[in-house]
Design a protein around this ligand. Structure first.
Ligand code: FAD
Ligand code: 2HG
Ligand code: ZN
Length: 469
């Protein structure tokens, strides 16, 4: 049979399993799924499948195993490292399995403070369903209207509330996963304690679609915070921000829920892109932080705390109502969008021990300046978690210009990150973008263990091939 005939046979089978409407082959409907969010990687596929339930996924996977069809699991396609994009020149036929049509809320258990959902629910849906029960799902990302819980799980997403609530791994009680052999791993329990040998769900959290398809999850819910103290302030030196963080944690314990930072070049990109909602101030660094508070909160004590470390309270903008709070958060959420609109930067999603961040910046920034004297540093992110989005760009650079810079820039950044005891992939994962660096900086024994696991679960290498490993 010719490859055309093979494709037609595959499509007929997929239509039989999922129904005609759930198998998309029209190029104009496929294109958004074949390119990543940054428009850096593009691939191809014979179809995008939108299954409606786990049984359909099992049937698709069994057929793909038999016919050696490669599968890219896909959620909202908001990966910043090309993790959800199929390959451009793969030898085997490829399909995308997108979970958008598996978006049912199965149960909200108020007594247990948990929600059980299908993995195609968007993050925002889960936040809203929790809120409608007077409960709170804390994962918060600028992509929340689009990204799916399956994608959040497969990337172990972080975001702005990690300081208090942890990453997706910390928010997960149970999972259902369809394995590459078509078996269903049943681990979708609601328990906060369960030491029946290894916790199998952990293998799939952060697995970036390489070990199976996450179809259902049970997530932790929390009481809705009573109120917030959200504030922004300019700081000249990072040490001031870090000292403030230490004081806040000491005084307010686990109620410090967010501690975000924005460097001056990112502020400029933001002001250029959003002239109608300019920043209240610009400075070397802008800090956006939040405390969860209740009726006992004493503003005078907070002001004294600021003064005790030399911060003038008059320089601090405190949101006085919910709209102002939203506006401050919108600024932060719009930073990656402003950067994207400006052009391509060489992006790094790194983490460092908090005490090493200043030394890292002082070491690495001058080296990058030497490569590109008028390059811009779009540095922002989750300072409270030691996680910076450390992006370096050349004014007006095209993708090709940026790719020419990338090797040299990333070599310096990642080597310094490693030298200071950090991680080259804090919250976005590896995908295609960081594959070479992951290989370089992962101990060979660890790589061997990961490869053993991958080969055991997916011996034909059909799940998200050529990503990560
Ligand atoms: P996709 O991009 O579709 O897929 C991501 C990976 O998960 C791929 O490897 C894919 O194969 C796999 N996958 C998807 N669904 C499944 C499934 N059901 N089963 C198995 N594998 C699956 N990330 C953060 O951690 N913190 C942030 O603050 C943050 N902010 C962002 C802001 C913007 C504007 C954007 C565009 C992205 C941001 N991200 C952030 C990155 C991104 O990782 C998250 O948006 C999200 O977790 C990805 O979810 P998704 O559904 O879009 O996954
Ligand atoms: C954020 O924190 C995201 O806004 C995106 O993780 C980071 O685009 C980026 O570099
Ligand atoms: Zn982030």
């Amino acid at each position: 049979m010719s490859s055309h005939n093979f494709t037609e046979t595959h499509l007929a089978k997929f239509r039989e399993i999922c129904g005609n409407n759930n198998v998309v082959t029209k190029p104009e409907l496929m294109s958004a799924h074949l390119t990543d969010w940054r428009k850096r990687y593009s691939g191809n596929a014979i179809a995008i499948l939108f299954p409606e339930n786990t049984s359909q996924i099992v049937a698709i996977i069994k057929y793909c195993q038999h016919q050696k069809v490669a599968i890219t699991p896909q959620g909202g396609n908001t990966s910043t490292c090309g993790a959800a994009t199929p390959l451009a020149n793969h030898t085997a036929p490829q399909i995308i399995i997108n979970l958008a049509r598996m978006n049912k809320v199965i149960e909200v258990d108020r007594v247990n403070s948990s929600v059980t959902i299908e993995a195609g629910c968007t993050l925002q849906m889960v936040q809203e369903i929790a809120a409608s029960h007077n409960l709170y799902f804390p994962l918060t990302l600028a992509s929340q209207g689009t990204c799916q819980i399956g994608g959040n799980l497969a990337t172990n997403a972080g975001g702005t509330q990690v300081l208090k609530y942890g990453m997706m791994r910390d928010l997960t009680l149970g999972l259902e996963v369809v394995l590459p052999n078509g078996n269903i791993m049943q681990n979708n329990h609601k328990l906060r304690k369960n030491n029946t040998y290894l916790d199998l769900k952990q293998i799939f959290i952060g697995s970036e679609g390489t070990l199976g398809i996450i179809t259902r999850a049970t997530l932790k819910l929390f009481p809705l915070p009573v109120n917030y103290l959200t504030f922004m302030l300019p700081v000249e030196k990072l040490v001031t921000a870090l000292t403030l963080l230490e004081k806040l944690k000491h005084y307010y314990l686990n109620n410090v829920s967010a501690f975000e930072i924005i460097k001056d070049d990112s502020q400029k990109l933001y002001n250029q892109q959003f002239p109608d909602a300019k920043l209240p101030f610009t400075a070397n660094w802008l800090l956006l932080a939040e405390l969860e508070i209740n009726a006992d909160f004493n503003l005078d004590n907070f002001i004294s705390l600021l003064e005790s470390i030399g911060i003038n309270p008059d320089d601090v903008l405190i949101a006085s109502n919910d709209k102002q709070r939203r506006d401050l958060w919108l600024i932060r959420e719009h930073i990656p969008l402003a950067e994207k609109a400006y052009g391509y930067a060489v992006k790094h999603d790194i983490s460092l021990p908090l005490g090493k961040i200043e030394e890292f910046l002082a070491t690495s920034m001058p080296k990058l300046r030497k490569i590109e004297a008028d390059g811009y540093f779009s540095i922002f992110g989750h300072l409270g978690d030691g996680n910076l989005h450390y992006n370096f760009g050349k004014k007006g650079a095209s993708l090709t210009d940026t790719e020419a810079l990338e090797e040299q820039v990333s070599q310096i950044v990642y080597q310094d990150v490693i030298n200071f005891g950090g991680s080259i992939a804090a919250e976005h994962g590896i995908g295609i973008a960081k594959k070479q660096w992951f290989k370089k900086y992962t101990p060979v024994e660890n790589l061997e263990l990961l490869q053993t696991l991958k080969k055991q679960l997916d011996p034909l290498n059909l799940f998200n091939p050529s990503k990560i490993l």
